[in-house]
Design a protein around this ligand. Structure first.
Ligand SMILES: Nc1ncnc2c1ncn2[C@@H]1O[C@H](COP(=O)(O)OP(=O)(O)OP(=O)(O)O)[C@@H](O)[C@H]1O
Ligand SMILES: [Mg+2]
Length: 313
């Protein structure tokens, strides 16, 4: 990759005998949004902590902006910011005070700190509540304030660990817009999430972490291609007809519908035509037909489910 701001190679971390990261590799392009997707305990926060210099890996190399996250940690800290999984705002200060205080902690002079605080309040739609104590904020407002604090130092790379967990759909949408806007402004955004929709909506590239390894990485489209071309779903008048259809098409039956996997992307119309012809030859006419493209859920369940079966077997 020519302009990677983040590179990770062979990253390993264990706690006692528990291997948490088992050799992770990926690269993130400057100015892009990268999503690390994984279940609880997959190693997302651990990866973020290694990249933000809060944790020392046992093996492997993590670099941000060309700096080694262990040997040149101070340089890395100058260009990154982290909004953790659990909000870090001071509840006994107002939104504005939180921002101003953190600005001073980042060693901005008073005027710059105040200016940036005002700008961020505006940008995050917090002007009206800027002078209310943070403890009166809703979860969504707290989250926005937390991210605003992370932006005070104008980082090149912003790490967001599960930025929208626990937020209602409207707050989530709003935050997604903010995050997209940040990336459009040139900030690289590295986020972790358990929400497939979030990864798909926001990220230029997605890595699925499972059992401490990257199970797959690519654009949402590329990941979907991993699970093939999707499915054709046919419904029938009766369970008996559905059973006949399932036998003919080698499909999976559920009540009165039959689901047939499509082998290749783009071949679904052709396969549908063949399926309908075959059914017709045997006197079966479906009452409904749907072509379903693979979703990121199919990818995720496929990747993480298979690994689980492997482990069990
Ligand atoms: N300091 C620690 N000591 C021991 N085990 C730890 C420590 N930190 C993390 N772990 C373990 O490492 C594994 C990965 O944790 P991590 O926090 O990276 O997962 P995660 O993907 O962020 O999960 P979540 O979605 O729940 O936030 C978990 O099994 C966790 O229990
Ligand atoms: Mg986590």
């Amino acid at each position: 990759m020519n302009d990677a701001i983040i590179t990770v190679q062979g990253l390993k971390k264990r706690y006692g005998s528990r291997v948490v990261l088992d050799g992770i590799d990926f690269a993130v392009q400057r100015g892009s949004i990268f999503a690390l997707l994984g279940e609880n305990g997959a190693g997302k926060t651990t990866t973020v902590r290694a990249l933000t210099t809060l944790l020392r890996p046992d093996e492997g190399i993590a670099r941000v902006g060309g700096f080694d996250c262990v040997r040149e940690a101070a340089n890395v800290r100058r260009i990154v910011s982290l909004t953790g999984q659990f909000a870090g705002v001071d509840e006994l200060l107002t939104g504005r005070e939180n921002l101003r205080m953190m600005g001073r902690l980042y060693r901005l002079d008073r005027r710059t700190a105040n200016e940036r605080a005002d700008r961020l309040l505006e940008r995050f739609d917090l002007v009206e509540t800027a002078d209310a104590l943070a403890k009166t904020y809703s979860g969504g407002m707290r989250r926005k304030l937390d991210i605003a604090v992370s932006l005070l130092a104008e980082p090149q790379a912003l790490f967001l660990d599960e930025p929208t967990t626990g937020l209602d759909p409207r707050s989530r949408l709003h935050l997604w817009e903010m995050i997209s806007e940040l990336a459009r402004g040139g900030t690289t955004v590295f986020l972790t999430t358990q929400y497939l929709e979030e990864a798909e909506r926001l990220a230029d590239r997605i890595a699925v972490v499972h059992r401490g390894r990257i199970a797959a990485e690519g654009t949402a489209e590329q990941l979907k291609r991993l699970v093939g071309g999707g499915r054709i779903e046919l419904s029938f008048r009766s369970e008996a007809e559905a059973a006949g259809g399932a036998r003919l098409l080698n499909g999976r039956i559920e009540d009165r519908s039959v689901s047939v996997p499509v082998a290749q992307e783009g071949s679904s119309f052709e396969e549908l035509r063949l399926a309908l012809n075959l059914l017709h030859d045997f006197g079966l006419e479906p009452t409904g037909v749907e072509i379903r493209k693979p979703t990121l859920d199919d990818v995720f369940l496929g990747l993480t489910g298979d690994a689980r079966k492997e482990a069990a077997g």
